[in-house]
Every structure is written in C-alpha cells, then in structure tokens.
Unconditional design. Structure first.
Length: 77
C-alpha cells in the first residue's frame, strides 16, 4: 500500500479488522470502535483472503461440507 494513501480512516479499518480477527466479541468490538450499533462496527471489518482460505481448509479437514450442514439443520426442524 502506498503510504500516501494511508489516512486515519484506513488505519481505523485495519485496527478494527485486526481486533475482529482476534475473535473479540461483537459487543466488545462495538464498544472499542465507539459505534452506536454492532452492525455499524462490523461494517469496518473485512474478511481477509487468508482468513477465508483458513476457514475453508478447516471445514475441508473436518470433512464437513456445506450441503451436510444444510441437511443437518433441515433434519433438526
């Protein structure tokens, strides 16, 4: 990233994304960010490609497929 493009707003997004990736509760994230709602605080977080890849890999390693989860939830009803 070009240092000229880094502004306080960019730093805020990065800080809140790092905080969220530390598995912090959404209510704590809201308080930390100073937002009135959790929904608004979560708008400042971003799913990084590496984290998405890790989640997919964990799911594959557990041999849990999205279809299986959907079927299990339907059977619970």
């Amino acid at each position: 990233m070009n240092p000229i493009d880094v502004i306080p707003h960019t730093m805020r997004h990065t800080a809140l994304t790092n905080f969220a990736e530390a598995s912090v509760d959404a209510k704590v994230l809201k308080k930390f960010s100073g937002h009135r709602t959790t929904k608004m605080a979560l708008r400042y977080t971003h799913a990084r490609d590496e984290r998405v890849d890790e989640a997919v890999e964990r799911m594959e390693n557990a041999r849990t497929k999205p279809v299986q989860i959907a079927e299990w939830k339907r059977d619970e009803s």
